[in-house]
Ligand binder design. Structure first.
Ligand code: SAM
Length: 247
């Protein structure tokens, strides 16, 4: 997968060299290219923002550098087009299902906004030649899109074949498509079996895989009801068996 990121703070993306994603980059599984938006400005101050039309506080990112950046990364008329991802609190909520969909794309371009966001004509114009997703990572406002892009890139890249050591772990995760889609994962434990007088639940030491699977599902159901009641409300009753109903 190729990933291009445009930002006025390219240094924000140093963490992409660390851990699993760093390894995946070195192995060529993911090709990440970080660009400085100011490289597409032409004035002495490398200006990327201006005052908002209609008045109001804050500044808005100018369309010209963004237009030039996107033209340089995706030259008009080239047959292969990426999916453009624009993080914004006003976008559709980013979910695991969307991470799965993004992971199936060969090429993603991310546009990191700052200030009050990017002049809306940039997205409008980009939509004429590539699919565009405006996505929010939560109901709160960050200072810029960089952290949101780090979140999305990490969620997507760990789903790529060869990035995680054990591919099975993603299918058991909270929100994973399939049995976990409307569930969060229950508690997890490792050695020692007793720590500060607290014992690991006995069933996990039993070697009874059926009982362990049942216990994990019970815990996931309970935790979802307690921590994410709105998600629990989405569980299709037809997917519940008699033991689920007992929980
Ligand atoms: N005025 C905008 C609003 O109220 O919707 C907020 C702009 S915010 C200060 C600046 C930039 O941070 C946005 O353009 C976006 O790139 C990023 N950002 C902030 N919160 C975000 C969120 N929850 N999800 C995704 N991106 C976010």
């Amino acid at each position: 997968m190729r990933i291009d990121i445009v930002s006025i703070f390219p240094e924000y993306f140093a963490p992409l060299d660390v851990s699993l994603l760093g390894k995946a980059r070195r192995r060529g599984v993911v090709d990440v290219r970080v660009h400085d938006l100011r490289d597409w400005t032409h004035d002495r101050h490398r200006t990327v923002d201006d005052t908002p039309y209609g008045g109001g506080p804050g500044m808005v990112m100018k369309p010209e550098p963004w237009g030039e950046a996107l033209d340089a990364i995706v030259p008009p008329g080239t047959p292969a087009v990426p999916r453009l991802v624009v993080p914004t609190p006003s976008g559709r909520p980013f979910t695991q299902a969307q991470a799965v969909a993004f992971a199936a794309e060969p090429w993603l371009v991310f546009a990191c906004g700052r200030y009050e966001g990017i002049d809306s004509r940039v997205v409008e114009e980009a939509r004429q030649r590539m699919p565009v997703d405006e996505v929010g990572i939560g109901d709160y406002v960050l200072a810029g899109g960089e952290v949101a892009v780090l979140v999305i890139v990490e969620a997507v890249s760990r789903l790529l074949p060869g990035v995680l050591g054990n591919a099975d772990s993603v299918t058991d995760d909270s929100f994973a498509p399939g049995a976990m889609e409307t569930l969060v994962e229950g508690p997890v434990y490792t050695k020692p079996p007793v720590w500060r007088d607290r014992a690991v639940p006995e069933v996990l030491l039993s070697g009874d895989h059926g009982a362990i699977a049942r216990w994990r599902r019970d815990q996931a159901l309970r935790r979802t009801v307690v921590h994410r009641p709105e998600l629990a409300a989405k569980i299709d009753p037809d997917t519940l068996d008699a033991d689920d109903r007992r929980v």
